[in-house]
Design a protein. Structure first.
Lengths: 120, 120
DNA sequence: TTCCAATACATAAAATAATTAGGTATAAAT
DNA sequence: ATTTATACCTAATTATTTTATGTATTGGAA
């Protein structure tokens, strides 16, 4: 017999990172090589001390899109009775990640110029 | 007689700042007191050396929403035969801007923790 | 040993926020 | 004279995310 359990989800502390999610994930994959979805959400939460929390509804469709586009490739791994789906950057994906990181840095610098105009 | 002229618009160098536009505008209004729409687009372009370019389609509806919400108030000014619409933060708007700036800073720090994990 | 929380995947509807593409008009520069 | 810059605006579309689901296994606490 199976009972569906409701979980309360408090995931969005900020809506600021629209558009930044993709480069964030690419960066993590670049640093850590091989990751699965749930691991990505946990690592982001840990690194940012809970400030950035990725919702599954944003993450999984994005990962699937990146796979479609050839940015990442996947392999399944059986953990007991459960299946994990690991994601790795492809060669093309690594190139794209470098470009994305350059763009992200420029964006962050630009943001900083606006928020901290004195430090220009 | 009137001829409609087509302008070529190249405005989006990055789609990263979705969600950041509102705090950016609030920050500029806090720093500069009284600004009109076009001036905001030009200042952002100038400060960021052309990296961030706000489209009018994003800016004006956002400014109107901020006015509706009581974050900003407006006054018209006649410049020759033309009308300028100046925006100023309300008292409530200034408070909200402080909060938005705190959030933005935390967001930027979080981004930095992900992009520069060694500097943690 | 039963229940809850955590792990682990996924999708669909709705909301949000931007781009793209138009429209109108004045003033300055070429 | 014509183009570019200034200055406002809106609507349709696109993109991205939240919210709300659904399914299922595993580990720990009561």
């Amino acid at each position: 017999m199976y009972w569906n359990v409701m979980y309360i989800r408090i995931m969005n502390k900020s809506t600021l990172y629209k558009g930044c999610l993709e480069p964030i994930i690419m960066r993590l994959l670049k640093d850590n090589g091989r990751m699965y979805g749930y691991q990505i959400t946990q690592m982001v939460k840990e690194i940012t001390k809970g400030e950035l929390q990725i919702t599954e509804g944003a993450l999984y469709p994005l990962l699937h899109r990146l796979e479609e586009q050839g940015v990442v490739e996947t392999e399944m791994e059986n953990i007991g009775n459960r299946v994990r789906k690991y994601y790795t950057l492809t060669k093309a994906g690594k190139k794209q990640t470098s470009i994305a990181m350059d763009e992200l840095k420029i964006f962050m610098q630009s943001l900083n110029l606006i928020v901290n105009p004195k430090l220009a």
